[in-house]
Design a protein around this ligand. Structure first.
Ligand code: GAL
Length: 410
């Protein structure tokens, strides 16, 4: 491996980075990382695959690995890290982690997420909060509305907005976006323990709980607050509708904040955020991480440089401010964050009891179980003839199969 001086970039220090950051703010965040990496003499060759929540990127990654053409770096998150590490593809980053005291610097949940069989196999970027309700301040002010703090307030608010001719909720019928709303409803109704019981433990019995029925009924009710029909469109289109004052609220992850800022809408001026009613103390999280494929080990030094760099206090602060997420570091400075980020960071800092791993964003379960669960929820959402009872029976049957698969292949 040739040594390079800072500022110069040589061929063997080029890293292909596969990710799904293709919106304006996501691109800006990736460019920020690329330019800091270039300062250290390593070139970031960008491979951005469109598709919210990484639906497209996951498929491209699989086919590239099968073709023996794995990128050196990839955005893989949550349980997917374990899946790839199990197959032996991921570079162990223990040296970087020890030298930079990662075990003292990150929140415990982050520590667990980036490790597999006691080895560090991912570098953390930021924590997104999925239980975020964005509201349009202009519309709220003109109708003298305050942000909702309970389900009942949300229902009243939606009725007032509708009466004023405003679409209460900007939403897409893309499966992952529907399931994002649904997992918010589950969390609001029952808290992180029940959310885990369903999506991590996949307890078939828990699906028949009244709280599950209630969340399904609420999801259907909320459909009346959306565009009719609810189009299947990328999340960036939903953000645009919200930003043009064509809808009053959005319930989703705070990458939306990054995007609104990038489109020129300032936090606490054009819009503000508040937790999804009923989830104020909770943090439904998705943690973005980068893992490195070992390939022929020829880029290890460059890969380690990138891993070290992304977790430094300075890059954490700057990157997360653009991306809409918050730092994975316990020593981050909340005074440098806007109100949404500060609330998210403080909520996450409360620890595991208030945290819920997002189903949709791969924090709760493996890729195929996640996709199967999302498909059942989506079907219920789009087809009014499917009842809550049908949906519960379908999911419970599915959970039983997953359980016996897991027993056979522990
Ligand atoms: C999440 C990811 C975010 C954002 C979002 C929308 O899975 O954590 O960084 O990109 O998908 O695509």
């Amino acid at each position: 491996m040739t040594r390079v001086d800072a500022g110069t970039v040589q061929a063997d220090t080029t890293l292909q980075v596969l990710h799904w950051w293709t919106s304006a703010s996501e691109r800006k965040a990736a460019t920020l990382l690329a330019s800091r990496l270039a300062d250290e003499g390593v070139a970031w060759r960008d491979v951005g695959i469109p598709g919210g929540a990484g639906i497209g990127a996951g498929k491209v990654l699989k086919s590239r690995v099968l073709a023996n053409d794995a990128p050196e770096v990839t955005q893989i998150i949550g349980v997917s890290i374990r899946e790839w590490a199990d197959l032996g593809f991921l570079l162990e980053l223990d040296k970087v982690a020890t030298a930079n005291k990662w075990s003292n610097s990150f929140f415990p949940t982050i520590q667990t997420l980036i490790q597999h069989r006691k080895h560090v196999v991912a570098a953390p970027l930021g924590i997104h909060r999925i239980n975020t309700l964005f509201y349009n301040r202009k519309l709220f002010n003109s109708l003298k509305l305050s942000p909702p703090e309970s389900w009942d307030e949300l229902v009243l608010l939606a009725a007032r907005l509708k009466a004023a001719g405003v679409i209460p909720l900007a939403q897409s019928s893309e499966p992952w976006q529907v399931a994002t709303l649904f997992e918010n409803l589950i969390l609001a109704e029952s808290g992180p323990d029940y959310h885990r019981e369903l999506f991590v433990k996949q307890n078939a019995q828990a699906v028949f709980d009244k709280r599950f029925t209630q969340a399904l009924e609420r999801l259907r009710l909320m459909k009346n607050w959306m565009n009719n029909p609810v189009d299947e469109r990328p999340w960036t289109d939903v953000v645009r509708q919200f930003s043009k004052n064509e809808a009053a609220m959005m319930i989703t992850g705070d990458w939306v904040k990054g995007e609104l800022n990038e489109l020129g809408f300032a936090t606490d001026e054009a819009f503000s955020c508040t937790p999804m009613p009923g989830t104020g103390k909770y943090h439904l999280y998705s943690v973005d991480t980068l893992s490195m494929f070992t390939n022929d080990y020829s880029r290890v030094l460059a890969q380690e440089k990138l891993a070290r760099l992304v977790a430094t206090p300075a890059v954490q602060a700057d990157y997360n401010a653009v991306k809409g997420s918050v730092s994975v570091r316990r020593d981050a400075d909340p005074a440098r964050m806007d109100s949404c980020a500060r609330a998210s960071w403080h909520a996450f800092a409360q620890g595991a009891a208030t945290q819920a791993p997002s189903l949709v964003h791969r924090m709760a379960t493996d890729e195929s179980s996640k996709d199967a669960i999302i498909a059942v929820i989506h079907r219920y959402f789009i087809d009014a003839t499917v009842t809550p009872a049908d949906t519960q029976a379908r999911l419970a049957a599915m959970f039983k199969t997953f359980g016996s698969n897991k027993k056979q292949n522990p």
